[in-house]
Design a protein around this ligand. Sequence first.
Ligand code: SF4
Length: 365
Amino acid sequence: MDEKYTRMDSDEVLRLITERKGQLGGEVCILGHHYQRDEVFQFADFTGDSLVLSRQAAGTGAKYIVFCGVRFMAESADILTSDDCAVILPEMSAGCEMADLAKAEDVSAALERVSSATGATVVPITYVNSSAAVKAVTGRAGGACCTSGNARSVFEWAFQPKDSGGAGGAKILAAPDQHLARNTALAMGYGLDDCVLYDPAAPNGGLTDGQIRGAAFILWKGYCYVHQVFTVEQIERVRKARPDIKVIVHPECPHEVVAAADFAGSTEQILRAVADSPAGAGWAVGTEVNMVRRLATDNPDKYVRLLSDEPAVCTSMSRTDPQHLLWVLDNLAEGRIVNRIIVPEDVASDARAALERMISIKTGR
Ligand code: SF4
């Protein structure tokens, strides 16, 4: 980005973004993830979670998609849109620390390790918060992606026999978030003993063949640092301060936190639960702070607070600032595309297979 943007007055930056958006009209579509900071979020044509936005991107018909999120989201948008649509990530360093914990070659090696240890059919299920390359490994191996909202339906599909439309798996290799996978397994009625943790940094994943044979779920040793901030003690504290408060947390939180909460749900499910609750309701929400702050603003008739006292910020998401947004729009207005995300077609086609398999699975709950 040109240095002049860092020296610009912040009100001027906001004014120019509005101006450029007007100039570019329907050619550009700005997507804003729920965890995005307000100064950027306010310019979004569509807001939502990562998959909702990627699917929306595919339906806009815009020439340029400016994805104010993190890299894996822009990759998914590129995979799901046509080749003549350019997907742009305003700040290239906006990655996702959880996605970075799973490398494609390590996931391939894990699949081989788990399959050879058991001889059983192992179905890889990959959270959409992962690189396109990991999604491609999943697609090639007959697995599917999942979101925090549909993980249970996708896990159930993995175990269903092939003749009834499932993947016929005996085991699931779930990457990269151990918490979402463990919480899903527990919600399906499995126990903690049915899950083992695969550590890609340890020899043989840190597991014996016997441990792998005895488990139904092999969980990748990955996590989201934002959702690890929340604890059972915080839940006890907010309930003590306001006994009628409802606690709702994201399933990327550790299982003890999910078990102690009143509800667990994806970002979209959290938004709906709060919006649909009666006036005067109280909520303590365990997810990213930007989303919780907006939830409080959008529901002035309810009491909405972050579950923790210290902020839970996705610093990767915050890397996208108005200056970067203006910079990409200025370039588009002058006919230049900067920071385009292109997933190579061989990777994109296998990753698309994993995404489409997920989309075709009926969400039962
Ligand atoms: S909140 Fe966690 S999982 Fe989501 S983008 Fe940030 S680091 Fe990645």
